[in-house]
Design a protein around this ligand. Structure first.
Ligand code: URA
Length: 245
């Protein structure tokens, strides 16, 4: 079995595709059995949002929040992901960036924004003197995502996934207590502001979780739409000005 698995990994079949695993060896032949129900069904008696809210409230710092998220079992994304992607950067930073969800590279490395979009993000913020590796909180960034597990095939987050992980994100922001938040892209805006339409929202300061919040284009969008970098530069300057104020 081990050799068979290693062979699959060597062939590049090293990630899960569906939300839930299927034990194909246990499936009956189609002609013998009627179609089966999905393998994983949410238990209707469990209020996943309330469980998340209680778990997040019981956390006393970032380490216990991370542990609470690690042991949260009601988000199916956890089963398809390699690991939890909690955060990166300096927890004393004045600026907290909130993205959407880990992609393939982040799922492998366990840190947010480490793929191509992350490299662009680092470059963008370096131009206004901010970095996730900076030890002085004044010039530092702290980065997290709305969802801490990679959605299969990088599909969009589902509303119920965002809803159940929101209490953890709220507590995360409470512990980091940044001066400013950057909401990266549509899904971060939806989770934090309850609004979508990043083209209209970007560059306009809002308030989320009690913090001044700047919606910006997601760097993955900028990779596909380089002409939008002009607006992003204006947004970075607006952020810099606000930090100086
Ligand atoms: N996109 C995101 O929104 N977050 C990541 O961590 C990586 C890509």
């Amino acid at each position: 079995m081990k050799a068979a698995l290693e062979w699959q990994i060597a062939c590049g079949a090293d990630e899960s595709i569906l939300d839930a695993p299927i034990d194909r060896t246990a499936l009956p032949k189609p002609e013998e059995q009627p179609r089966q129900a999905p393998v994983l069904e949410a238990d209707p008696d469990i209020d996943a949002v309330a469980v998340a809210r209680n778990a997040a409230a019981a956390a006393i710092d970032l380490a216990t929040l991370r542990a609470a998220m690690e042991s949260y079992e009601h988000c199916d994304l956890k089963r398809g992901a390699k690991q939890l992607v909690f955060s990166d950067g300096n927890a004393g930073a004045r600026v907290m960036i909130i993205g959407e969800a880990p992609g393939r590279d982040e799922d492998i490395e366990g840190r947010p924004f480490v793929g191509r979009a992350g490299q662009l993000l680092d470059l963008m913020f370096s131009h206004i003197g901010l970095s996730r590796t900076e030890s002085d909180g004044k010039n530092a960034l702290y980065i997290a995502n709305v969802l801490p597990w990679r959605p299969p095939q990088n599909r969009d987050p589902k509303p119920e996934e965002m809803k159940m992980m929101l209490p953890f994100l709220e507590r995360h922001v409470e512990f980091v207590d940044p001066d400013l938040i950057v909401a990266m892209g549509n899904h971060a805006c939806l989770a934090l502001l309850g609004q979508r339409g990043i083209t209209r929202l970007r560059g306009k300061w809002k308030k989320a979780l009690g913090k001044p919040t700047l919606p910006m284009f997601h760097p993955a969008y900028l990779l596909r739409t380089p002409e939008a970098k002009r607006e992003t530069w204006a947004d970075l300057l607006s952020l810099k000005e606000r930090l100086g104020a």
